[in-house]
Ligand binder design. Structure first.
Ligand SMILES: Cc1ncc(COP(=O)(O)O)c(C=O)c1O
Length: 437
């Protein structure tokens, strides 16, 4: 579900024409729909209402302050994985006490920042990290709560780079070692164990691995309860899918149909459930707008060379991810009725839609049948709201794109396009101060 649709042959985000945005803000530019964002938060809340979960939006998926403000304003907490993300969450008006903090490499200064801010929950990823959190907490005299991220060794059946719950990954503590570790450290007064954290991967289109992982986590909770160690929190992480093609993802209700029955009685008995959705909230809420700078026919292939590629959207080259791409003003009769890998329409031309960077891996989509494009045309890259701008980079000294938030018939720039001055400002030797983040 999203609010990007063609009206009179022109792509709109909610009530605003994408071309109007491109003309006033330029390209490349990320465009987000506020209504889409909030509708996805609402759907997750409503599907999981029987569990009364603490919903913590995963900041890494779309960290713009205005996006976080909108989501925090809808009552969500935040899932953060760095000091920088915690700072963003707080600056967006989300108290640290409503944030959960995961990540395998929390540094001492980051732990101190989180403790001083009053972090809601550390999702602890290793034995050594636990010892560090407890000792920093003791030094500061600030006790905190922790959940142990366990690695349940289930296969989320997604890209290998975003599978995080199989034993060979760096995340969490092996389930086979978790009980002994929790027993040994239970009773630490500086980091008090409250629960178990899971995040098995993303995107997960088949809800079955959630069933497997939750069942394993509940067994661990029961085993510890039998020893008198009470854990009252189960954080399920994120991972729900998004519609990169029309209808691709199960609905929030489909995930809830599997998960709620497993946990409802436990919640009634006092278990607190945490969800950390990112992609399922933000992906369909954003599109990347690019312009075609040149076209080139090499005999074998037709290229649409755009003003951004893997610098603005890394997912296609990094994960081989599919994003539907279509002109904002296609020729008459060439408005797609669905977003799919192989659109069926007469008159399409196969293009490689590539960026300007000096890498053969710099592409947005290869072998795409789309209407023939020409210099100056604008293309929308759909479902780019999650892990889009957040993974954008400055390779080839490309200034980062602008970001725009649409609300009904109006839009606002929520991140200014970077300038060449921004590119060099951190490198002016002589003006640099040493800062420890
Ligand atoms: C700990 C944790 N929680 C939540 C998420 C969000 O996942 P998704 O965007 O798939 O919902 C991630 C993503 O990597 C994560 O690492």
């Amino acid at each position: 579900m999203d609010h990007f649709h063609y009206i009179d042959g022109q792509l709109h985000c909610e009530g605003v024409s994408m071309d109007e945005i491109a003309s006033s803000v330029g390209t490349p530019c990320y465009v987000y729909s506020r209504a889409t964002l909030l509708e996805h938060v609402r759907r997750i809340r409503s599907a999981f209402a029987p569990l009364e979960p603490w919903v913590c939006f995963s900041v890494k998926s779309c960290p713009n302050l205005s996006i976080l403000k909108a989501i925090a304003g809808a009552g969500s907490g935040m899932d953060v994985v760095s000091g920088g993300e915690l700072r963003r969450a707080m600056e967006a008006g989300c108290q640290a006490s409503r944030c959960v903090y995961a990540g395998v490499g929390k540094t001492d200064p980051e732990i101190e920042l989180a403790l001083r801010a009053g972090i809601g929950l550390f999702n602890v990823e290793s034995e050594e990290e636990f010892a560090t959190i407890a000792s920093v907490a003791e030094r500061l005299g600030i006790p905190c709560d922790g959940a142990l991220r366990v690695n349940p060794d289930v296969d989320p059946k997604t890209h290998r780079y975003t599978s995080t719950g199989n034993r060979e990954t760096k995340f969490g503590v092996d389930l086979r070692r978790a009980a002994a570790f929790l027993r040994a450290t239970h009773g630490n007064r500086w980091c008090r164990w409250r629960g178990i954290h899971l995040h098995i991967g993303s995107p997960i289109y088949d809800p079955t691995p959630y069933h497997q992982a939750i069942t394993k986590a509940l067994s661990l909770i029961d085993e510890l309860a039998a020893d008198g160690i009470a854990l009252d929190t189960l954080d399920l992480g994120g991972g729900f899918g998004a519609d990169y093609t029309t209808g691709q993802s199960p609905s929030a209700t489909s995930y809830a149909d599997i998960i709620v029955p497993l946990l409802a009685a436990r919640v009634a008995a006092g278990l607190r459930v945490i969800l950390e959705p990112g992609r399922s909230v933000a992906a369909n809420a954003g599109s990347l707008l690019v312009s075609v700078v040149y076209t080139k026919d090499s005999g074998d292939r037709t290229f649409a060379i755009c003003d951004a590629g893997m610098n603005a959207l890394l997912r296609p080259s990094h994960y081989d991810a599919f994003h539907f791409i279509w002109p904002t003003r296609p020729p008459a009769g060439m408005v797609p009725s669905v977003r799919c890998v192989r659109p069926e329409m007469d008159g399409l031309v196969v293009h490689d839609i590539v960026g300007p960077l000096c890498e053969t891996g710099d592409f947005l989509g290869l072998e795409r049948a789309i209407p023939r494009v020409a210099r100056g045309d604008r293309l929308a890259v759909f479902t780019a709201g999650a892990y889009g701008m957040s993974m954008a980079n400055r390779y080839n000294s490309s200034p980062l794109p602008a970001e725009v938030l649409v609300d009904g018939d109006s839009f606002e720039i929520i991140r200014a396009r970077e300038t060449y001055d921004d590119l060099v400002s951190h490198e002016r030797v002589g003006e640099l101060a040493v800062t420890l983040a």
